[in-house]
Design a protein around this ligand. Sequence first.
Ligand SMILES: NC(=O)C1=CN([C@@H]2O[C@H](COP(=O)(O)OP(=O)(O)OC[C@H]3O[C@@H](n4cnc5c(N)ncnc54)[C@H](OP(=O)(O)O)[C@@H]3O)[C@@H](O)[C@H]2O)C=CC1
Ligand SMILES: Cc1cn([C@H]2C[C@H](O)[C@@H](COP(=O)(O)OP(=O)(O)O[C@H]3O[C@@H](C)C(=O)[C@@H](O)[C@H]3O)O2)c(=O)[nH]c1=O
Ligand SMILES: [Mg+2]
Length: 287
Amino acid sequence: MDVLIFGASGQVARELALQAPEGVSATHLGRDRADLGDPAACAAAIRAAAPQAVINAAAYTAVDRAEEEEEAARVVNGEAPAAMAAAAAALGVPFIHISTDYVFAGDGEAPWRPEDPTGPLGAYGRTKLAGEEGVRAAGGAHAILRTSWVFSAHGGNFVKTMLRLGAERDRLTIVADQIGGPTPARDIARACWRMAQALAAGQGASGTYHFSGSPDVSWADFAREIFAQAGLAPEVVDIPTSDFPTPAVRPPNSRMDCSSLKATFGIERPDWRAGLAEVLADLSAAA
Ligand SMILES: NC(=O)C1=CN([C@@H]2O[C@H](COP(=O)(O)OP(=O)(O)OC[C@H]3O[C@@H](n4cnc5c(N)ncnc54)[C@H](OP(=O)(O)O)[C@@H]3O)[C@@H](O)[C@H]2O)C=CC1
Ligand SMILES: Cc1cn([C@H]2C[C@H](O)[C@@H](COP(=O)(O)OP(=O)(O)O[C@H]3O[C@@H](C)C(=O)[C@@H](O)[C@H]3O)O2)c(=O)[nH]c1=O
Ligand SMILES: [Mg+2]
């Protein structure tokens, strides 16, 4: 099976390359070969490659910067996925797309289900929601996988920020009133491969699915586990979001109900603490 992947250097893109199943030939298009700022060019790249499935692992992910660059983010996160999904639909091949917990308003404490009403609090979430709507409107076979709090040994993420700050400082203040599921990029990549193979074989079902690591924790508790596993001992002080002002508002409740992904594709929530141990091992092997 030939699979065309948008994204080469990102966290999920790199894991897609590392986790490609046997029998799959994966072609990655980095920004140099397909700029999502040019949606028509991305659609043309799909028509030219004529793959058996398309996975989009590229996105504008700078949450705070998106507040100032919403139009640029909307092209990359909204218009490009819509154009790609339309091109995949015209070829009759499945389109796998990744979205985010930030499409939700984050009120309450119940885990969000895929069919729950959305209500993004910031520009990044609004543009990602536009992308979801574009993918559904294209009308082809598709899976939209909403995930959260992605980490890996590659690129920028909360784990790597904490390792840096934890080595520099004795005391860190971390928000404790935003709760969600940290998710290893490796597990997201495996889930994408499973869905791509299933949909290409006419199995599973198109739709929007949730996938996050278990258990749900606060960012502060996530930080504590990072330091415990890494053998660092800074003091972690719980703070409310109001004490950590940022340009973009983040959802307090990012818990996600992942049961439909298990029911349809047999994919279970991974324990992120095990994924964290793998990432720390990869980072020390590389150091
Ligand atoms: N990171 C997270 O915590 C979460 C991410 N997601 C979603 O998961 C998916 C993968 O995210 P993740 O792997 O973390 O992303 P990263 O931030 O690690 O990487 C983003 C990738 O997108 C590429 N990209 C950005 N803009 C463009 C563009 N204009 N043209 C082409 N490529 C571009 C980047 O390329 P370059 O390296 O050249 O800049 C980079 O490879 C995204 O859809 C994201 O919205 C969902 C929930 C949480
Ligand atoms: C560095 C730092 C962060 N924080 C807080 C800020 C924020 O609420 C939280 C996480 O910080 P980040 O900058 O990693 O968060 P952010 O970039 O918003 O992470 C999000 O990225 C996008 C792409 C997604 O789709 C989301 O699922 C989510 O992973 O930790 C502290 O409280 N103290 C600190 O010292
Ligand atoms: Mg990439």
